[in-house]
Design a protein. Sequence first.
Length: 463
Amino acid sequence: MRTEDRLAAKLRGTGKAGVPTLVLMHFLGGSTREWDEVLALLRDQFRIVLLDMPGFGDSGGVTGYSVAEMADALEAAVREHVKGRYILVGHSMSGKVAMVTARRALDRADKRLAGLLLVAPSPPCPEPMSDDKRSMMIGLLGERHEDDRRRARQYITKSELRDIPPEIEERASMEVLRMNRTAWTAWVTKGSREDWAEFVGVLDLPALVVAGDKDNSLGPEQQASFTMHHLSQGKMRVVPNCSHLVPMECPPVMAALLKEFAEKLAIGANVPEEYLRFIASDRVSPRTREVLEARMQTPEVAAGVLSEQQIATLHAMLARVVPQGEAGPEEEPVLNLTAYVLDRLTHGKGDGWRYDVLPADAQAYREGLDRLASQGFASRDVAAQDAILNGLAAQKGSADARWFEEVRADAAVAYMAHPATLARIGYSGIGVGGAHTPHQGYITIGPNQREDWEPLPAVETGS
């Protein structure tokens, strides 16, 4: 992509490590200035990338107005400006582009896309707009007129139906006047009519649709009919006394919804901030960062490959195999190792071999856990549990001993591979770069020597 074809981007804030970057876009005719009041309320709590779409705002000279071309430009901007996980935030026109881009990301298994927040989005199907309205919009702003300022204000205020403060209204009107009229006409006559419903299908990722209760074009009713069935985890929040331009009409509500949604998708709550920033730095390659971020997303624990009783027994067993509590055995462990082991069994993530005295992994776990459950393992005290497990280990070469060996290996791998553990021991081996980041190594390699960039252990050595 040529430099002149890149979307204009503005970066704001650093945010808290572990919270996804917010990629903010805008409505037809506007620019990312629509988010000014919202960002002032968030006060740099998040890392934010503001993108003006082709033909609008600071991207007025960028061409390519079809949905596919805008999605191409959006993908390129994300690659350039976003390091780790991100949330696509689309409004009206850019909402449709965001959903198409999300489908592309899911199809290539891009683990960085954490969620979608859509404000009164244009749906994947042709936008429900009458021919009369399309003609009116082309006549209003499709070409330049002597009274353009009045026409732009009319578009923003919808004849005073929207309650927007005068200074915001003036700024938004001026942004409308900056746009490339070809981009406006292309969306009204073509882009909004494009049918991407089959391509988008059902997006299986966290999603929030925000709609104003006074929005007659793309409000709650239209979203329920045309958008929500594309979002398997989608929820809708209706903003009272608000129309189509939620960020400018109701900035406090929009800011609160953004904050709530983004913080729910944060990862690494059990990883120190310093280590999270290390993972996000240029010393860590994008692929390594993606793997570590995936490890910080605890899999859901649900009965399936194991019964609820077997899961409870496994949880108690792993608490003894890898004791994590700082205050004592009653403390909830830092990492839910049960979730990681269960995820491995559910998806068959084995190491490619097993002892000949054992059945397939999942079956071995079911049989072994049932034997422990028959002894009331989960309800026994710590001393009794340790005695039972030591008894398993003592049966050298038996199926029970071999299975217990497998459990210990699975637990150790899950525990040691997690960034929370890497932080505890101050592991810095991931910080050597490469694969789209500068190759970086070590200069100071003597015993007990550390370089300035290396994270310190989160706990005292030997604790």
